[in-house]
Design a protein around this ligand. Structure first.
Ligand code: GDP
Ligand code: MG
Length: 918
């Protein structure tokens, strides 16, 4: 028997059987791959895996390893069977009250739930998480009728107990018992969407079906017989277009009506042997349950659904009795119970649609197909992906995002800015002119060459006089020979890198009129255009006027304002980035990214979608971590969250440059090696973690729908951007604020000879922070840099990594290169601060995305541990190679590294059982 893996591209085959068991099999079948289904193999991803197939009129991406489960034969034209459904006898049901009504929106991913939800609730929304998991929960009140609560359930294909989304949705429907379900269905793909409908209908909750995307259906010329559907399904079927706000309120009103009416029991029946078993099950164990619920539970028991069996706690003897019935049905129909139910549902739907659904253009290429021919093709797939990613990175990190972030950091939360940029360029030209002239003078007039001249040119000196200075400069310039040259080391403030610039006597002469023009004083930005002073400047002035006490002044400016500024500095970049990501997601390209890259990333335990967070992480780890939200699989998402911050982010580059400059003579290889180190740690962690118990239990079937491309609704994209951005501001904001206040207090207070008091800027060595540093410095001794100064620098780095540079500067007034015993110690310091816990903002992002204290602790603990191991290995093994043995440390490093290597190469088998929440 052939499996789908051996089928050639362009071939159509018919499914004979899906073998294997567990969640992967269930997922494959839930997506409509059942006995007798035709599958058209469309293409292979550029890297050779996964494959893309057409099944039941939509595109699906499947991993080669998974499709081995699918046994196929040459396409047969044997029509899929069978009997016409009969309606069940009506069962009694309960009258619902008239007060608060909750409507649950349920449907497949991409069916338009969120669009409908937004159309129904407008801005009356509350976004949170479902308890204990990272699945987003959205609730809102119906426009104009605040008594009606609408819940946007996670997108699901089935009510199986395997994926997190399914468990969450199922739990809500069963335990919270909403008054009505509004089942939203993608009208361009009725077959697969109705599969969920058949399950929802069994829950015993009143239901209304809304067939969405009717605009496209009409445009395609497809016809749907709503009368027939409504009759067969036993509930109202409405036509809507959520995007055009067409018919949405009518659908909601029908749902409200349905909620008030007794529940009609509709729906299809399964084949004889299955119904027989189900009837037995209802009779044997479910008679105490409300009658409208019995059928759902009976079917689940028949499917041997573990969660339901555990919940009901059926006595062993009865269970055995039931098992006999199930086995009998399985034997008679020659398939396992779960597969039987799935197949029969799909067969029923196929039968139903035969009469009520007419496709105008069956089999032709849609626009989306044509786009995909290029976008995911073997040759162009990867280059297009690279181009798109470059654009996202460029727009968010380099152009728009960075400009805006710079404005927030240096303008709004810095000295100030020119309103609408008016006067900006004028000021910059002036500043450049002045700085060049100033540097030329500084190069020639030094303490050694002309100390008396230098003294007269200093505008900060008490006896400074512009005329004298001018005269002194002119006469000095005349003494300089025409061919004289002087060099000046110009320090880049951002990363302390030093550039040697040569000036000629020509430059010096040109500087004379410039200095005359500015009177030796740096041009003031406020002189041009509309200058708005930054918030710290304004508050600083205010506090000075109010005669605020020194410590409170410092706390407000250095702790609170700086903290708020640090958060807001990220915000523009984050918003731009989330806007772009929301767009990629809504237009359908995100699924293609995963399709193209999956093979590469799966090798080290990540998924195709992990690429985006890591890319974004090179700019800032916070949005990087938040971008992991688009990864459906919980396991891949956690893995991505843990590893994303290993990559050097924008804030880490200054201290990397600092080490490179001070210790490695500015070698560019140091920064390159930092990226390499970060990437290696991601790969290493992926491989090792996926073999641990924590991750081993959750294989993630990569069965992913490739939704058709379309132009998304801008308001939805904006809303998605806003939701994510705002949640960042709230959570990161509070944590950063708190941490920067605490670190400020620790830095500026300490015990001195005159008791506990506030300290000046140069007294940091007496601070509480220094005490703390001294307390923990020994920990870093084996890494080669166990001094309290470096420990303190690492701590201030937790507020924001760029702080490491500033702290080191203060604590080592004689130069950073004196701070380290050698190159190895310096690099070990770099590696540790690169890999260890990220800044507090990123840690709070981790906490937010993990939505679990345990996982957050694990993530941060793991990062610190890995950082320690890497730094220890670098220092100890490096020292040994250099001939400086530290026996204990070396032995420890070797033992740990052997353990790591063992983990790395240890064989392992992917588990087939899923562990999800209960
Ligand atoms: P969800 O995954 O079920 O929440 O689906 P979304 O609401 O995010 O919608 C998925 C995509 O379908 C979005 O890009 C929507 O703009 C689009 N969409 C939703 N409803 C309609 C509709 O009625 N017509 C069309 N043409 N597109 C729609
Ligand atoms: Mg949605």
């Amino acid at each position: 028997m052939r499996t789908l893996k051996e089928v050639n591209i362009g071939e159509t085959v018919t499914v004979v059987k899906v073998t294997g068991e567990g969640p992967v099999k269930r997922r494959i079948m839930d997506m409509g791959i059942t006995k007798g289904t035709d599958i058209y193999v469309r293409k292979v991803a550029p890297l050779g895996d996964p494959i893309e197939v057409m099944v039941r009129g939509y595109e699906l991406s499947l991993r080669k390893a998974d499709v081995e489960m699918i046994q196929v034969e040459k396409q047969s034209d044997v029509a899929t069977h069978r009997e016409t459904p009969e309606t069940k006898d009506d069962k009694p049901s309960v009258m619902k009250g008239n007060k608060r009504i909750r409507i649950a929106l349920a449907g497949n991913p991409n069916s338009g739930k969120t669009t409908l939800f937004n159309a129904l609730t407008g801005s009356n929304q509350f976004v949170g998480n479902w308890p204990g998991v990272t699945v987003e929960k959205k609730e809102g009140r119906l426009k104009k009728n605040a008594d009606i609560i609408v819940t946007d359930l996670p997108g699901i294909y089935s009510l199986s107990p395997y994926t997190l989304e399914e468990v969450v949705a199922r739990k809500y429907l069963l335990d919270e018992e909403p008054e009505a379900i509004l089942n939203i269905i993608d009208g361009t793909n009725l077959e697969r969407n109705l599969y969920l409908t058949t399950q929802l209908a069994e829950l015993g909750i009143p239901m209304v079906i809304a067939v969405n995307m009717m605009d496209i259906v009409r445009k395609n010329g497809d016809r749907i017989d709503f009368e027939e559907l409504s009759h067969e399904l036993g509930c109202k079927v409405m036509e809507i277009s959520a995007l055009n706000n067409d018919g949405v309120m009518a659908a909601a009103e029908e749902a409200i009506k349905a909620a008030k009416k007794p529940h009609p029991l509709p729906m299809h029946t399964f084949s004889g042997p299955v119904e027989h078993a189900i009837a037995h099950i209802e009779e044997a164990v479910l008679h105490d349950m409300p009658s409208e619920r019995q059928r759902w539970y009976a079917i689940k028991i028949f499917e041997r659904d573990e969660k339901v069996l555990a919940k009901l706690g059926i006595p062993a003897d009865k269970l055995q009795h039931i098992e006999q019935d199930i086995l009998a049905a399985e034997k008679e129909l020659d398939d396992d119970a779960e597969s039987l139910i799935i197949s029969e549902r799909y067969n029923y739907i196929a039968e139903l649609l035969k009469d009520s659904y007419h496709k105008a253009n069956a089999g032709g290429l849609t626009t989306s197909d044509k786009i995909d021919r290029i976008v995911t093709s073997r040759v162009l797939g990867l280059p297009i992906l690279a181009a798109v990613m470059f654009l996202v990175y460029y727009i968010a990190m380099v152009t728009v995002g960075q400009k805006a972030s710079e404005w927030a950091n240096n303008g709004l939360f810095g000295d100030g800015f020119h309103l609408f940029g008016v006067g900006s360029s004028k000021y910059e030209t002036k500043l450049e002119e002045f700085t060049n002239a100033h540097n030329a003078i500084k190069a020639f007039v030094t303490e050694e060459t002309a100390a008396d001249v230098a003294a007269k040119l200093n505008p900060a000196a008490e006896d400074f006089d512009a005329h004298t200075a001018q005269a002194t400069l002119i006469s000095y310039a005349e003494t300089v020979p025409n061919d004289a040259k002087a060099t000046l080391n110009i320090v880049n403030e951002a990363d302390l890198s030093v550039e040697s610039v040569e000036f000629t006597s020509e430059d010096l002469k040109n500087a004379v009129p410039v200095m005359e023009k500015y009177g030796f004083i740096e041009p003031n930005p406020a002189a041009d255009g509309w200058w708005i002073p930054g918030i710290p400047v304004v508050i600083d002035e205010m506090l000075t006027k109010m005669n605020c006490s020194r410590w409170l002044h410092g706390l407000i400016i250095g702790g609170i304002v700086a903290g708020v500024g640090a958060v807001l500095g990220f915000v523009p970049q984050i918003f731009v980035l989330f806007l772009l990501l929301a767009f990629l997601e809504a237009c359908g390209y995100m699924a293609r990214i995963a399709f193209v890259l999956d093979r590469l990333f799966r090798k080290f335990g990540l998924s195709g979608k992990s690429f985006i967070p890591i890319l974004v992480g090179t700019g800032c780890g916070v949005p990087g971590i938040m971008a992991s939200r688009t990864i459906e699989s919980e396991r891949d998402r956690r893995m991505t969250i843990i590893t994303t911050t290993f990559i050097p982010c924008g804030a880490k580059t200054p201290f990397i440059a600092l080490i490179a400059g001070a210790i490695f003579g500015g070698s560019p290889w140091i920064a390159t090696s930092a990226y390499f180190l970060g990437l290696s740690c991601i790969v290493l962690s992926g491989i090792i973690l996926k073999k641990t118990k924590l991750f081993a239990g959750e294989p993630s079937p990569f069965v992913m729908e490739l939704p058709p491309y379309h132009m998304p609704l801008m308001s939805n994209v904006l809303r998605s951007m806003w939701d994510r951005g705002w949640s960042f501001i709230k959570k990161a904001g509070t944590i950063i604020l708190l941490s920067s206040v605490i670190v400020w207090l620790l830095t500026y207070f300490g015990f001195t000879e005159s008791g506990f008091r506030m300290l000046g800027d140069d007294e940091i060595d007496r601070s509480l922070l220094a005490k703390l540093g001294k307390l923990i410095a020994w920990i870093f001794e084996p890494l080669g840099w166990g001094s309290w100064q470096k420990a303190v620098a690492s701590i201030t780095g937790l507020v924001a990594k760029e702080n490491i540079v500033g702290t080191m500067q203060i604590l080592y007034p004689n130069g950073i290169n004196a701070a380290f015993t050698g190159r190895l110690a310096g690099y070990s310091f770099l590696a540790f601060n690169l890999l260890c816990a990220p800044c507090f903002a990123a840690m709070s992002a981790i906490k937010q995305e993990m939505n679990s204290a345990r996982w957050t602790t694990f993530a941060i603990g793991y990062q610190c541990l890995l950082a320690y191991i890497v730094s220890l290995s670098i220092y100890q093994i490096g020292s040994a190679i250099n001939g400086q043995l530290h026996i204990v440390g070396l032995v420890a490093a070797i033992i740990i590294d052997v353990a790591v290597l063992y983990m790395l190469f240890r064989p392992y088998k992917e588990a087939t059982k899923l562990t999800t929440i209960n």
